[in-house]
Design a protein around this ligand. Sequence first.
Ligand code: SAM
Length: 290
Amino acid sequence: MLEAQTQSKLKSTNKTGQQDTREYLAFCDFLEKTSGITLGENKAYLVKNRLRPIMEAHNVESLSAATEKIKSGRDPKLKLEIIDAMTTNETSWFRDQYPFEYLHDELLPKLASNRMGTPRIWSAACSYGHEAYSISMIIEEYIAKNPGSFPGGIQIIGTDISSRVVASATKAEFDYLSISRGLSEERKKKYFIQTREDYYKLNEKIKSRVRFQNFNLLESYASLGKFDIIFCRNVLIYFSAENKTEIMNKFSQSLKKDGVFILGASETVTNHCTAFEMVKCPRGVVYKPV
Ligand SMILES: C[S@@+](CC[C@H](N)C(=O)[O-])C[C@H]1O[C@@H](n2cnc3c(N)ncnc32)[C@H](O)[C@@H]1O
């Protein structure tokens, strides 16, 4: 059964394109319900192109046949592959810079003076792991300047809905183009060794602080435990207002007392969630639960 919004979009489409539009809109409904990702109205061509190889491999002829097959539960791999293909995994090292400066200058000194158990940091929607590993590099550099700061270590958890990017992040091997995006020459030399032509392996110490797992932000967060800092950047822009509110509320409940929530530079909790207050930092903002 298509939703009211979908029905009204159909009315505005001419007869020739109605079947295609119906199929596409039903697929959009399905994708939003399973992953939170909302697609624009004019992306049908792009979606079909992206999904064509997967549909051929799974022997399905149309978007509606793919949606039906997934709903029937007959092909769980098809669902994973389609969600993988529909995610946008754009990322870079030290993206936006200021969250990492703030982590180094404000958050780590506070956590170090606290000494209440092992600090935990969550990189939610971590893509290929650049954010989680940038956090680990900052911790490494902080400890080098402040020896003995975190005797019990710091745990970083990176999660993403896409099993493809989680597998790649866990491997911690990057091509030259990928290590060039946001990393200084100094950090490249310090944290990577070339393993084969055009491939660079991340230093074991930086890698060992981070654990990755497959996780859908629409699920319950109870199994993950509480965190001192949550980074969730550049993913909620793809979500509906309703899902943004639900997810931000769940993040506020997943933070320890005095925990900090960090969004992308173009994102805000304003108009979405009242569970946080804004804290200005030198070159941006972060959020604390009220
Ligand atoms: C544009 S990347 C952002 C990566 C990183 N946070 C950054 O700012 O560079 C967005 C990531 O969100 C992930 N994603 C999309 N929907 C998700 C969901 N429902 N649960 C978890 N991750 C999701 C995608 O797979 C993708 O890797």
